[in-house]
Design a binder for this molecule. Structure first.
Ligand SMILES: Nc1ncnc2c1ncn2[C@@H]1O[C@H](COP(=O)(O)OP(=O)(O)O)[C@@H](O)[C@H]1O
Ligand SMILES: [Mg+2]
Length: 355
């Protein structure tokens, strides 16, 4: 039942405006993949293409080896869950869930049995006779989920399904969605602009920007090894410092940036190109008051309190950087320090323009 989804070099236009460019994405059978990116980057457009509400200008879409590109929407059998629930207000909860089964020609007792079983799974069997208007946001979204799942679709798609719920319920619901998806094994595409949500529930995440795929990988890889500066900044590598290699000796690479020489182990980073960007989160720059420390000279600016650390705006010859310092030793604005990159918290990116 569960099937792989394959998008090959898909482009899409609204009128003459190109909104998706050359998007290729393969989702394995049973996998949950998120599309993650800022509002307007093309996530919903991608779902509309897969669902058949929009036809791609180029490229192809296959589900389970079957070409969907020219197949009408109603023949695609895709389960959809939207942000605004899209429940039928005049039908009971049970009839909302049973709706797709009726369309597929199942008899009324079979419909009732399957819809009740599905409501049971989302914890709503007690509310089967209610009208959607008498449900909370979280309950409505459970009905929408049950309605999508009950037809046993080969593919489930979610478009920001939790955006209308409050923070605590969002976290509970995403765990529920993941558990249901896991136990059903339904191939799923999940759209969100929330990084934590995407990372927490997905097997793999596709990070998008302006209609293009920036990186597609497991959350752990995106978080630790972003492939480019866009993804690096997106996942919190706020410091991106340009370096030039000045010497190579065995495993050791010596590189320079304005005001600092750094020795890097090739084994720790993989191949280091002659020019590169060193990227770190604020936690990856140690704030040292030792003048002999091997680090980037900096003058501290504004200090903010994060609870687990103090965060400093730092002026350096390589531009403004952000570093987190210890709680035990708050430093004043104007203090001269060294910012020492912590190798295990740094990653190396190709310089812009050389990729
Ligand atoms: N029906 C439409 N007509 C014209 N432009 C549209 C339409 N729908 C979306 N767009 C534009 O296409 C781009 C991608 O939109 P969308 O896929 O909805 O982004 P997302 O879901 O990531 O927020 C945006 O610039 C948006 O303004
Ligand atoms: Mg959208």
């Amino acid at each position: 039942m569960t099937q792989p989804l394959d998008l090959q070099a898909v482009s899409a236009h609204y009128g003459t405006t190109k909104v998706l460019e050359d998007l290729s994405l393969s989702v394995q059978a049973g996998e949950l993949v998120s599309l993650l990116g800022a509002s307007g980057c093309g996530k919903t457009t991608t779902l509309r293409l897969i669902a058949g509400f929009l036809t791609p200008t180029t490229g192809s879409i296959q589900l389970g080896g079957r070409d969907l590109t020219r197949l009408p929407t109603h023949k695609r059998d895709i389960g959809l869950v939207f942000q605004n629930y899209a429940l039928f207000p005049h039908l009971s909860v049970l009839d909302n869930v049973a709706f797709g089964l009726k369309q597929r020609g199942l008899g009324s007792s079979e419909r009732r049995k399957r819809a009740m079983a599905m409501l049971e799974r989302v914890g709503l069997s007690a509310l089967a006779d209610r009208a959607p208007g008498a449900l909370s946001g979280g309950q409505k979204q459970r009905v929408a989920l049950a309605r999508a799942l009950v037809i046993e679709p080969p593919l489930l798609m979610f478009d920001e399904p939790l955006s209308n719920l409050d923070a605590k319920l969002r976290v509970d619901m995403r765990v529920e969605i993941r558990q249901l998806q896991r136990s059903n094994g339904t191939t799923s595409v999940y759209v969100t602009h929330d990084q934590e949500e995407a990372f927490s529930i997905s097997d793999r995440v596709a990070i998008m920007n302006a209609g293009r795929l920036m990186q597609f990988d497991r959350p752990e890889v995106l978080y630790r090894r972003p492939a480019n500066t866009f993804v690096a900044r997106f996942v919190g590598f706020e410091n991106i410092i340009p370096f030039k290699v000045v010497a190579r000796e065995g495993d050791t690479v010596t590189a320079e940036t304005a005001g600092m020489t750094l020795r890097l182990s090739q084994a720790a980073y993989g191949a280091i190109p002659d020019t590169f960007l060193l990227a770190t989160r604020p936690d990856g720059l140690m704030v040292s008051t030792d003048p002999a420390a091997e680090g980037l000279p900096a003058r501290l600016g504004l200090r903010t309190y994060l609870g687990r650390a103090y965060q400093y705006q730092c002026e350096t010859a390589a531009g403004q950087l952000i570093a987190n310092g210890s709680l035990t030793n708050p430093l004043e604005a104007g203090t001269g320090v060294k910012l020492v990159p912590m190798p295990e918290q740094c990653t190396i990116l190709a310089s812009e323009g050389t990729r």
